[in-house]
Ligand binder design. Structure first.
Ligand code: RIB
Length: 324
């Protein structure tokens, strides 16, 4: 592999000039910079990050810790983070907490041992685990806020309100809720947004709590078959909605003819199930990009702990709801 000395020899300048040219330092003329960049490209020179880390105390690697990579929401989010990070020359080290506090703590410890410069994190539980307290470097939260940390998330309350307005517009005034876990803020916010939007026009016929992994407990399966007059099922995320759709179809209940369903997230599967799912889209590119930008700002010395970025969500109408 070509070294910085090879580039310097090819152009006929010092190693320091090559380093300054490659790092965009102002004390290099444009003609020399062009020659250096051309030579580096021709020789296939890539900076040796480990050597740079020894000199600068930065690895240019960041950690990304997410709760459950089997839920398409998180790989889609990871892709937006990695796309932005790579444009900044940052390596992303991905950890799947597998919705386990122990798995999350182990992953955070591993990232600290590998010396990542900072971490983007979607927490599993309500408390701040010890490895985060001991980390001592920048941390940016995604989706689930905690006191003292910068947060980037969707406006979940708005999403619940949009679904309530949509339900009324299509004549649904008696609704069943398959709400997400009470312990996850995003589930509570979108559920409360729906329930409080039009409380005098929309009656909640029943509510069952379901994990964000979408696995339906027996009481959810029973509620879907009984329905007790509910004409619309509002699910806490798309995985719950898709599992409910599958359960109803297996029991000869037609969606949307017999009952309508809406989800939340707009994961890729929402577009391939039949009928395609009406849902709320979270702006994942904006969320992932902003999280990396915030981390980079903090790594450049800016104070960000009180930064909260909340992005609007949008309703995506497909075929899982009918007007009555
Ligand atoms: O589907 C996974 C859920 O966990 C998403 O709705 C996201 O908001 C996160 O909280």
């Amino acid at each position: 592999m070509a070294t910085i000395k090879d580039v310097a020899a090819k152009v006929g300048v010092s190693v320091a000039t090559v380093s300054n040219a490659l790092n965009g330092k102002p004390n290099v003329g444009s003609a020399v910079r062009r020659k250096v960049l051309r030579a580096a490209k021709d020789l296939g020179y890539r900076p040796h990050r480990a050597a740079q880390a020894m000199r600068k105390g930065r690895t240019r690697a960041i950690g990304l810790v997410l709760p459950d990579l089997t839920n398409p929401f998180f790989p889609q989010l990871a892709q937006t983070v990695e796309n932005k990070a790579r444009k900044l020359g940052l390596l992303v080290c991905l950890i799947d907490s597998q919705d386990s506090l122990e798995g999350e703590a182990d992953g955070l410890t591993l990232l600290a041992q590998h010396g990542v410069d900072g971490i983007i994190w979607c927490p599993v539980g309500p408390r701040i685990p010890r490895p985060i307290h001991a980390f001592g470097r920048p941390v940016v939260l995604i989706d689930r806020p905690r006191p003292g940390f910068a947060i980037v998330q969707s406006n979940n309350l708005m999403g619940g309100q949009l679904l309530a307005q949509y339900a009324l517009r299509h004549g649904h005034t008696r609704v069943g809720l398959l709400s997400g876990p009470r312990s996850v803020e995003s589930a509570q916010q979108r559920r409360n947004g729906f329930v409080t939007a039009h409380p005098r026009q929309i009656e909640i016929a029943w509510e069952v709590r379901v994990g964000f992994d979408g696995i339906l407990p027996p009481e959810a399966c029973a509620a879907l078959l009984e329905r007790r007059g509910a004409t619309l099922v509002v699910a806490g995320n798309d995985l719950i909605a898709i599992n409910a759709l599958r359960w109803l179809t297996q029991h000869d209940v037609r969606v949307p003819d017999d009952v309508s369903i809406v989800g939340f997230d707009d994961i890729s599967w929402a577009r391939i199930v039949s009928p395609r799912l009406t849902t709320i889209a979270q702006p994942l590119v904006a969320i992932g990009t902003r999280a990396v930008e915030l981390l980079e700002e903090r790594l450049s010395g800016a104070a960000i702990a009180d930064r909260a970025t909340v992005f609007d969500v949008t309703l995506v109408e497909r075929e899982s709801v009918k007007s009555i």
